[in-house]
Ligand binder design. Structure first.
Ligand SMILES: Cc1cc2nc3c(=O)[nH]c(=O)nc-3n(C[C@H](O)[C@H](O)[C@H](O)COP(=O)(O)OP(=O)(O)OC[C@H]3O[C@@H](n4cnc5c(N)ncnc54)[C@H](O)[C@@H]3O)c2cc1C
Ligand code: SF4
Length: 630
């Protein structure tokens, strides 16, 4: 089972990219660099000044470690802090929509001093975003009505109207047309790259005066003495793998806010802490997830059908595994394709990455890809729990917005519009609460009410029984039949609400109870080995830092997982981060290895690891993938 450790070329390539980024002078939001978030902060000041906001950070001296008194542990040093009105964690569609709406409201009221600050762990906005993406423009058209207007010189141009919808059931060699449920009708929707869209939305946010800090990973939630959230802190930089400070050590920063909005996307690491602290899941079912693996191809012009939207079910996934493929033709000869695999799959031998490579060899996909070129790869988890799994979204001092709350509509495979709308609703509730001149902590009751009255609630409620219907003994076929009934006749009006089977990791069976799956060798033309794919993500992490995939005791982990699941971590990770390497010195004959530098931040490990002992923590800000067109 053992294989060699990850090639260091990814690290060097990534650092190369980071250096490239550091020298790019075109836009202030492109200035993030790995080595110093402080220098980023200083170079970013013009955005804040442009917005008429001249409040500065508290001025503690910024001395490098070499100048310090070594009897003092620098990690105990005072952290610089900044006080803002609203701090938003995560610069995806939810966080940026919330930020824009807040500043729109403040600017309309002539409240120029109202500070909205947004932290993003990626080096540039959009760098960590992976999505399909066919977007439903309802929320966007409310937020920025002229987003697509010919008269708007700053309109978002790279959009392709979705023109044709096709739904297929696949057997190994055949592709059978099946009716697409009404939810999958994409008339009026657009095919985009969400990664490009996020960059554009970031520019719109800057225009209205949002202070955006890419390259800042929020790693800690800060609380007031009476237990309300008072902001977040970023992690210390320049910490060695063994936890000791290096010469480049820089203390993290604190961002204090009257309201903190968590917009971290699916399975957010701070959101997880807040959900636990305030028991926000007390009245809902567990969240369930899927992993989406994606590639972007440039295909031969004769194979390109601009605006075509194809979805498939069936092959290559076994009937006990929920999921399906997509292929969207957009731009000029570009094709976005991918596979979504429900993480409640039972067979630990299954590898979502291997299934995706297999899928591309099906005639439906292969006929389009042959002769083309793969230009990008990415992977990210998505929420599948839907209506039943929505937690309480407001907590003392803040709220959860977007995918981190779980607003994705599974049958539609769309969450961008709900993420944006939830951000806008939270912004409106926040602005009203803060305008009320309240002293002390703020609780966004209004946000919860607005959510319940919104289209997010009604659309998720309508489709609530579809995903759990795949848990009957009929598996895939039962789910397809029941979902068809719901889509065309019942339309969510049934008095019952089906339950999810439980958290995804609990669905995993023991390896010796399941059929071993052997995946064909990639051909290097249509299918690729995992390291080639990772090289297309531009991912990088400095090697000498604490492992951001936190496992308390690697040996204990191996003793617990290997005998039961025979290396499931190696198979569920779409970036080849986990390995079991042959090692005669170990009782098991294998050694557990984490190649954290390859991680693409998809969060699958923290969701699927059977004994739940892998904790995904934020690495140094600015690290991780640098996605293109995903
Ligand atoms: C494979 C796949 C296909 C999809 N297809 C579609 C589709 O076709 N149509 C559609 O509408 N939706 C689709 N979705 C869903 C859509 O992408 C999401 O609903 C949407 O991106 C959610 O927006 P968000 O802002 O909540 O989270 P995200 O887009 O995930 O953004 C979160 C941001 O927060 C940052 N962040 C996270 N933690 C921290 C931290 N601690 N500190 C600082 N920054 C942090 C991340 O780097 C990221 O930039 C798809 C999703 C996937 C995975
Ligand atoms: S280590 Fe975890 S978060 Fe990183 S790519 Fe692998 S499964 Fe995803």
């Amino acid at each position: 089972m053992a294989s060699k450790v990850a090639s260091p070329r990814f690290l060097s390539r990534g650092l190369g990219l980071a250096a490239e980024r550091a020298t790019c002078p075109t836009k202030s939001i492109r200035l993030a660099t790995i080595p110093s978030q402080r220098s980023l902060l200083r170079s970013y000041r013009p955005a804040a000044i442009r917005a008429g906001q001249r409040r500065t950070f508290t001025s503690t001296s910024r001395r490098p470690l070499a100048d310090l008194d070594h009897s003092v542990d620098p990690r105990q040093q005072y952290r610089e802090s900044d006080q803002v009105d609203v701090c938003i964690v995560g610069g995806g569609p939810a966080g940026l929509s919330a930020a824009i709406r807040l500043k729109q409201l403040a600017n309309e009221a002539g409240n120029d001093d109202f500070r909205v600050l947004l932290l993003e762990k990626a080096g540039e906005l959009g760098d960590h975003i992976v999505s399909g993406n066919v977007v439903e423009p309802s929320a966007l058209s409310e937020l920025i009505p002229d987003w697509n207007s010919e008269d708007n010189p700053n309109r978002f141009e790279p959009v392709t109207p979705a023109t044709v919808d096709r739904m297929r059931f696949l057997t190994k060699n055949r592709s059978i047309p099946i009716p697409a449920p009404p939810q999958m009708n994409n008339h009026g929707n657009y095919i985009i790259s969400l990664n490009q869209f996020t960059k554009w939305l970031g520019e719109r946010a800057e225009e209205v005066g949002v202070e955006i800090y890419p390259g800042f990973a929020a790693s800690e939630v800060l609380y007031t003495p009476d237990g309300c959230v008072k902001g977040v802190a970023t992690n210390d930089l320049g910490v060695a793998r063994d936890g000791t400070p290096k010469a480049s050590f820089e203390r993290g920063m604190e961002f204090h806010a009257r309201v903190t909005l968590l917009a971290e996307g699916c399975h957010g690491s701070l959101s997880k802490q807040v959900i636990k602290k305030y028991d926000l899941r007390r009245d809902c079912q567990p969240q369930t997830y899927a992993l989406g693996i994606k590639e972007v191809w440039e295909v031969q012009p004769e194979k390109f059908q601009k605006g075509l939207v194809v979805h498939s079910m069936g092959y290559p996934l076994p009937s006990d595994t929920y999921g399906g493929g997509w292929m969207y033709h957009f731009g000029e000869n570009m094709v976005s394709l991918g596979l979504v695999v429900g993480l409640d799959y039972p067979n630990p031998w299954l590898a979502p990455y291997g299934e995706f490579q297999k899928m591309k060899h099906h005639p439906l996909y292969k006929s389009v890809l042959e002769g083309g070129k793969c230009i990008s790869y990415g992977a990210r988890t998505l929420n599948e729990g839907g209506f039943q799994s929505i937690p309480k979204c407001a907590f003392p001092g803040g709220a959860l917005i977007g995918d981190t709350a779980g607003f994705l509509n599974v049958p539609k495979i769309k969450g961008t519009h709900t993420a944006m709308r939830s951000g806008m609703l939270a912004a409106e509730a926040t602005y009203t609460a803060l305008s009320g001149n309240v002293e002390g902590s703020v609780f966004l009751y209004d946000y919860e009410d607005k959510l319940r009255a919104s289209t997010i609630w009604s659309e998720l409620k309508e489709v609530r029984n579809m995903r759990p219907s795949f848990h009957t003994p009929l598996g895939l076929y039962g789910g397809i039949l029941y979902s068809g009934l719901e889509a065309y006749i019942l339309r969510g009006k049934t008095p019952w609400t089906l339950k999810h089977a439980g958290p995804d990791h609990e669905a995993t069976k023991l390896a010796d109870q399941c059929k071993k799956i052997e995946y064909p060798k990639p051909d290097g033309k249509i299918s690729f080995d995992i390291l080639t794919s990772v090289s297309r993500t531009g991912t990088n992490h400095e090697e000498d830092q604490p492992c951001h995939l936190h496992v308390k005791d690697w040996d204990k982990h191996a003793q617990m997982e290997w005998p039961k699941y025979k290396g499931i971590e190696n198979r569920f990770c779409p970036a080849g981060v986990y390995e079991y390497i042959e090692d005669d010195s170990k009782e098991l004959g294998v050694r557990f290895q984490i190649n954290a530098q390859n991680c693409v931040h998809c969060k699958t490990c923290s969701i699927k690891v059977p004994d739940q002992d892998i904790e995904w923590r934020t690495p140094q800000g600015g690290e991780g993938p640098k996605y293109v067109m995903t």
